[in-house]
Design a protein around this ligand. Sequence first.
Ligand code: ATP
Length: 426
Amino acid sequence: MHLLKHAIVVAVSSNYVSKVVGLASLSLASIVIDETIGLIKRYFWQNYVTELEVSNSDKCYHWLLQWISKYNEHLLHFSVTTVCRNTESGHATSKFDYEPSSGEHMFKYKGHTIRVKRDRSSMISSEYGSRPYETLNLSTWGRNRQVLNEILEEARLYAMSVMELGTTLMVPSYDTWHNFGEPRIPRSLSSVILDEGVIENILKDIHDFVDDQSWYLERGIPYRRGYLLYGPPGCGKTSMIMALAGEIKYNLCVLSLNDSKMSDDQLVQLMGEVPSKSFVLLEDIDAMFANRDGKTVIEGSTKVTLSGLLNALDGVVSSEGRILFMTTNYVDRLDSALIRSGRVDYKQYIGTCSDHQLSQMFIRFRPEGTTDDKSRFVKDVRKYSKPVVPSHLQEFFLLHRHKELNYVFEHINDLWQNVQDIQLTE
Ligand SMILES: Nc1ncnc2c1ncn2[C@@H]1O[C@H](COP(=O)(O)OP(=O)(O)OP(=O)(O)O)[C@@H](O)[C@H]1O
């Protein structure tokens, strides 16, 4: 007993134990300080900070990112998304979209400091596959919902005004649609030269459809319309769709089923998410389904099946009011199920140049020509008894745009240079 007492006295008086006790009190103190700071922060956060959280499943998520990038052109931390698509001419194009990077950003808005926190750490899985789950937190000091509401409204108005500048192309991004570049100046209807009545009739049909929603609803008919444009390449199918979209101020959702990442389920989801006032465009639909068993697709490495596409086109989630355009060079290769009425309500052949188109294209490219020149041009072209593709005619006029008219007449044969015989699929 005496020995134990002695040991304790020695230990307490030694340096070692006093250091241990000192360290323990220090760490206890730091825990208490941390907790207190945390409590104070939480108190201030709950009472003196206004916060808005938006997830990337909501439309305004991209509006906000777009607006923040525009409003803060000097933002130092940004991320880039590269969007690619094939153009009307078959060439691939791509562009960069800049947005605030993940992490924290600060900016001033009407005298208020706004903190933006973009979090893109996790993936969420749904029946349509997994996609990144992102959130955007906007916060500001004070009880100030108004300022965040104003930002949201400005972002909305900015997105709307951008869309109204022209036709916005949209391409799929996971199970939703993503803008592809800035809106394009709409192509005028008069720049697409087709046979008389072709554009006018289709435009009237679209107007009738858009104005007749209640007619469809009253009769229980799905409120959708499908158009099929078919004919040889380069005759103006895509140009007409772009011009129609511009004319009625619609956007264009371009769907490529050859995308190897696209699945049947994703397609269903995309069809259900088509933004209002948008055409859906499925180009070269014949190339997508080389195998007609409806299960496998040979061209490209797509996972989309014909039955999957049919489901997506008339499934219950398919957007009401959807206007679908499909184009093909080979209408006879299409599965009849794909183009039955209800899926395709309006078919239009867009072929090689008629006399009317030849003369209209002549006037468009050579406005200095007289009425006689116009008739001579048509007559001279017809002497060759070969079909003329409008895109070749456009190239021909571009090639000889600085030449005299006489030179043009003497070189009409150039129209068919390097051009294989066109197969007519009327
Ligand atoms: N009828 C037309 N009027 C004016 N320009 C035309 C016409 N047809 C084609 N063009 C011009 O030719 C080019 C190709 O046209 P477009 O892509 O619209 O043809 P397409 O029929 O959709 O071809 P594809 O079947 O290969 O997709 C465009 O630059 C367009 O300006």
